[in-house]
Ligand binder design. Structure first.
Ligand SMILES: *[C@@H]1O[C@H](CO)[C@@H](O)[C@H](O)[C@H]1NC(C)=O
Ligand SMILES: *[C@@H]1O[C@H](CO)[C@@H](O)[C@H](O)[C@H]1NC(C)=O
Ligand SMILES: *[C@@H]1O[C@H](CO)[C@@H](O)[C@H](O)[C@H]1NC(C)=O
Ligand SMILES: *[C@@H]1O[C@H](CO)[C@@H](O)[C@H](O)[C@H]1NC(C)=O
Ligand SMILES: *[C@@H]1O[C@H](CO)[C@@H](O)[C@H](O)[C@H]1NC(C)=O
Ligand SMILES: *[C@@H]1O[C@H](CO)[C@@H](O)[C@H](O)[C@H]1NC(C)=O
Ligand SMILES: *[C@@H]1O[C@H](CO)[C@@H](O)[C@H](O)[C@H]1NC(C)=O
Ligand SMILES: *[C@@H]1O[C@H](CO)[C@@H](O)[C@H](O)[C@H]1NC(C)=O
Length: 626
């Protein structure tokens, strides 16, 4: 049979020195950042342009309460620096204030970095002309607007106000991304890059973290911290230092019984061990991800005994219901965590699943049979005891299954992500979750009040893809906002916080949409560490085209797809030499044809019109119409 081919133009994307789709990258190439524009001026301020246009002139602030508000055009982070050309006397002061949301713009106060309702200005005493720069512990994480407040009589002349971008310190050039994503949806493209950039804003020199509980007056950031949002970091900057550092810091704090802390230092300190069952499991999942993306066998091996001890502690929480009974209420600030909880048990099921792959990676498979049988028991119990057939959703737990009981977003999403449910049940949950959407704001998390949580929404997005409803994932990403959390009526209020000025607009937990667009949308997934085995399965979900790429130490992965009516796609993909994998193409009204370097390849399986090609060696492939 002769085949006719429709070829896509092959775009060569690995141009040395230029990231593909660099126009979407929000991170600066150079660390000195100048304001974008002047938003407001109050009192006697002359020649404001000189604040950020270098030249010989300067900006003059005269008299009490003269102020300027600058807009950087996007959220940034760092230390402020400037030059003073002259002062009329030695009693001159300038206060700098910072905010992410335009709601809190004020020359007199900042938004809130911690528990204070608002933070005070960062004050500089300016007795004479010269160069002034904030100390590193006075860096401000996450602000778009900065105001300068002159509170003294007399005047001063200032120029060259800039911010030294201190986020993502491990990158020489913060805009040097190895991963990329692009589609015909501008919103999706911007969401993908916003997630990538947000994770950069959340990566800092670990010696200069937000200590939380810091005062609003004379605030400082000098706590030792670590942050993690691994999959979205991997697909974009692939800068995994922060992940590894975070995992190491949590495993260092492991208790003799196996428990890992809810959060690292300074939450955990002598005499204080905050614990969360779900976060305990997330720490294990993060080690799995780190190993999957880096192929760092030595690191996994070094932590393997601690990993098994932690897993064994979690399994000891399983009682005669065959589910873990959670006794700590801590979670992602949702309420009602405890008992035989669906989120906790779905995550535990997933951890057992990934533990089986890790065990095989380190060659320690003695417990695999036990883990498999435990998975079966958890699965039967969760499906039998927590399912609500009237709403096609899981109840949060078995303590309250009344009409008004919570059917959580996190647990129902995790039920699909962990594959603890059948395909039919997954599709039904996906429909029920979609029917709860509050347009135009987002997908609610009733387990945390009248709340939209981007953390829980990240799992819901994965869930729609995995339930076979890519179009719902795409639609949800099209209308959500990426901040930490907000109210279901769209107001900037996050139920777990009593001060709205604290809601973070640069939160790693809100970056959940980035990695599913790469893994499921463009359909490039790693099946084993380093991408030695992979699964290519595009799910455009109504997009006309989508393409993505990333790298593991083994080499580059990329895929580019164009929709050809219905769910059919044509396109191309490339995987590293030495790897192998599977291609799954959606059921369509034409016969897909696959061509590799050795010519035409037949599908191994066409069950239900789904074309599966297995044992494909790494290389370049074209998918066309037969
Ligand atoms: C300057 O602003 C501060 C803060 O809003 C206010 O308390 C003070 O009264 C103002 N001073 C003058 C002279 O307007
Ligand atoms: C300006 O603010 C600084 C720092 O809070 C303070 O020490 C100084 O007294 C203030 N100056 C005036 C005139 O209020
Ligand atoms: C910016 O901050 C970094 C890290 O603190 C420092 O090494 C660098 O010298 C600073 N750059 C400028 C222009 O101040
Ligand atoms: C952090 O800075 C505060 C305020 O300057 C200081 O009191 C504290 O000792 C510092 N902590 C560390 C760990 O350096
Ligand atoms: C499960 O844990 C809860 C605390 O979350 C406790 O009150 C309850 O007694 C435990 N149930 C069983 C069956 O052990
Ligand atoms: C069940 O949960 C709902 C929602 O939180 C609450 O209104 C109701 O009072 C609870 N009922 C019982 C019996 O605990
Ligand atoms: C929105 O909900 C919050 C509580 O979540 C409430 O404080 C606020 O008044 C509501 N706003 C409107 C406009 O209804
Ligand atoms: C064919 O592929 C489907 C899904 O891709 C899979 O479930 C099934 O087991 C495969 N059958 C054979 C015989 O390989």
């Amino acid at each position: 049979m002769r085949s006719s081919w429709i070829f896509l133009p092959l775009v060569i994307l690995r141009v040395v020195g230029a990231a593909p789709f660099a126009e979407y990258i929000l991170a600066p190439k150079h660390r000195s950042i100048y304001p974008h524009e002047i938003l407001a001026v109050d009192g006697d301020v002359q020649n404001t342009d000189a604040l950020y246009h270098s030249g010989s002139s300067s900006t003059k602030f005269t008299g009490i309460n003269s102020s300027v508000t600058l807009d950087f055009g996007k959220n940034i982070a760092g230390t402020v620096q400037f030059n003073i050309d002259s002062v009329t006397d030695s009693d001159q002061w300038l206060g700098f204030t910072f905010t992410e949301s335009s709601m809190w713009i004020s020359p007199y106060r900042c938004d809130s970095a911690s528990s204070a309702t608002y933070d005070d200005p960062l004050w500089f005493h300016i007795p004479s002309a010269g160069y002034y720069a904030a100390e590193k512990k006075r860096q401000r994480g996450g602000f778009r607007y900065m105001s300068i407040w002159h509170n003294s009589t007399g005047s001063l002349a200032i120029r060259d106000v800039s911010v030294n971008f201190t986020a993502s310190p491990e990158m020489v050039d913060p805009s040097d991304y190895v991963g990329y994503f692009n589609s015909d949806s501008e919103k999706l493209n911007r969401v993908w890059y916003a997630g990538a950039y947000t994770n950069q804003l959340c990566s800092m020199d670990p010696a200069y973290g937000n200590a939380l509980g810091i005062p609003g007056t004379d605030w400082y950031y000098n706590a030792t911290v670590s942050t993690i949002s691994t999959p979205s970091v991997f697909v974009s900057t692939n800068s995994l230092d922060g992940t590894k550092n975070g995992i190491s810091s949590l495993f260092l704090l492991q208790q003799p019984d196996g428990r890992l802390p809810w959060a690292g230092v300074p939450f955990t300190r002598p005499g204080m061990f905050p614990f969360s069952f779900t976060y305990h499991l997330y720490s294990l999942l993060d080690l799995y991800y780190y190993h999957l993306f880096s192929g760092d066998d030595a690191y996994l091996l070094a932590l393997w005994d601690q990993y098994k001890l932690a897993l064994s502690w979690a399994l000891q929480q399983i009682d005669d219901s065959d589910m873990a009974n959670v006794t700590s209420t801590n979670d992602w600030l949702r309420s009602g965590m405890g008992g035989h909880n669906v989120e906790a048990n779905a995550i535990l099921y997933h951890i057992l699943d990934v533990s089986i792959s890790l065990a095989s990676a380190v060659g320690d498979t003695g417990l695999t049979e036990h883990w498999l049988s435990t998975m079966q028991k958890i699965k039967s119990a969760v499906n039998a005891r927590l399912w609500d057939p009237t709403q096609n959703l899981f109840y949060d737990n078995d303590m309250n299954q009344t009409e008004s009981a919570v059917r959580p977003q996190d647990g129902n999403s995790w039920a699909i992500v962990s594959a603890i449910v059948s395909a039919d049940r997954a599709a039904a949950i996906s429909t029920s979750l979609m029917n709860r959407w509050v347009r135009p704001y987002g997908a609610p998390a009733p387990e945390a009040g009248a709340t939209i949580s981007l953390f829980a929404t990240g799992f819901e997005i994965q869930a729609h893809y995995l339930a076979g409803h890519a179009e719902r994932a795409v639609e949800l990403i099209e209308f959500i906002s990426l901040i930490e959390g907000y109210s279901t009526n769209g107001s900037l209020h996050y139920a777990p916080y009593d001060n709205d000025a604290r809601v973070s607009h640069a939160h790693g937990w809100a970056t959940g949409p980035t990695s599913p667009l790469t893994f499921y949308g463009a359909g490039i997934r790693l099946s084993s560490a380093n991408g030695r085995t992979w699964l290519i399965q595009p799910m455009l979900g109504g997009l006309q085209r989508a393409q993505a790429g990333f790298q593991t130490p083994l080499g580059a992965f990329s895929a580019a797809w164009t929709s050809v009516g219905g769910s059919g796609v044509i396109g191309n993909f490339e995987t590293p030499r030495g790897s192998s994998g599977t291609l799954i193409l959606p059921a369509v009204d034409f016969t897909p044809a696959l061509r590799g370097s050795g010519g035409r390849i037949d599908p191994s399986n066409t069950t239900s019109g789904v074309y599966t090609f297995t044992n494909l060696p790494g290389g370049m492939y074209l998918v066309g119409k037969a």
